[in-house]
Ligand binder design. Sequence first.
Ligand code: SF4
Length: 365
Amino acid sequence: MVCHPGSQMDSPNTQRMTIASESLPEKYSLEASREPLPQLIDSFGRVHESLRISVTDACNIRCRYCMPETVASFLPQHRLLSFDSIARVVSVLARSGIRKVRLTGGEPLMRPNLERLVDKLAKIPGVDQIAMTTNAMLLSDQITALESAGLTHINISLDTLREAAFKRISRRDGLDAVLRGIESAISTKLVVRLNALLMRDINLQDCIPLVEFARAKKLFIRFIEFMPLDADRQWSQDQVVSGTELRLVLESHFGPLTAIGRADPAQPSSDFVFEDGQGGVGFIDPVSQPFCQSCNRIRLTADGKLRNCLFSQEEWDLKAACESNASDHEIHSIATACIRKKYASHGISESNFKQPERAMYQIGG
Ligand code: SF4
């Protein structure tokens, strides 16, 4: 893995910046300059407006499409990007057009006081959507504080309703807690969606019960194809259930699906509604139908590395930059350097495809 240090930090000016920022409270520098910064446009003309932020690599379950069964240790607190630094990065990138933020993990609710971060992000001009992807096992205790802090959207992972299959996929108990979490989310004003990942040999049979559950709750459910990002490196093409195949299965049971337009042209999901209008279903097909041509996403890892793609083999160190009081412009130029090196696509189907060193839980989906 190539990691680019906050290169400007190594410039002879380092000393000047540090002195200057010591005398200026961080809050001042954040507020002071809201003038727009150049947009984050890559060499293919894709404009980046969505930042996915992993706030921890820790998780309370061990989904086999993401984490290893046993994890020696998760990132200690001092290796995690602080809430202030996260807010700093978002504040700078919001000046260059980032308007959607998604909090991920590991399991984001494993990071204590997450509502404090949501509160900081909700105060940043230009950010109009604060979303979170969670396994919901800790949600019912935290949802009220997160909603009042400014959370707007929540995606909840639910791959099966069968206890045994849940245990087989996540290698832990906890289905009841997930279902309680979903109920707590439904009782809020948040936009709630379900995410399901199917692996052919484990939970393909769950697709119809999952859709029935979503329809009963008037929720949208999106099926995400299994990607080569699992820590155990067991991924294989034949385990992938494509959206096309799944749509046929669902239409044979629920009748024809009607496509609905993309609310956001860069959204990875192809969405459909049922004839009776009860709920909806979407397909996110990065393997069988890559959507990289309209990708507007960049990622910040829990240890402060900026990645221009889920499958990137390179990273840019923003933690070092934030912790050495880099200026907003220096943070922006690191992000610009990162975006400029973005590939056209993930290359999963290419012969020279190389699975990233980081697994999904270390990137944040
Ligand atoms: S694989 Fe990379 S380029 Fe493609 S959509 Fe995902 S993040 Fe974007």
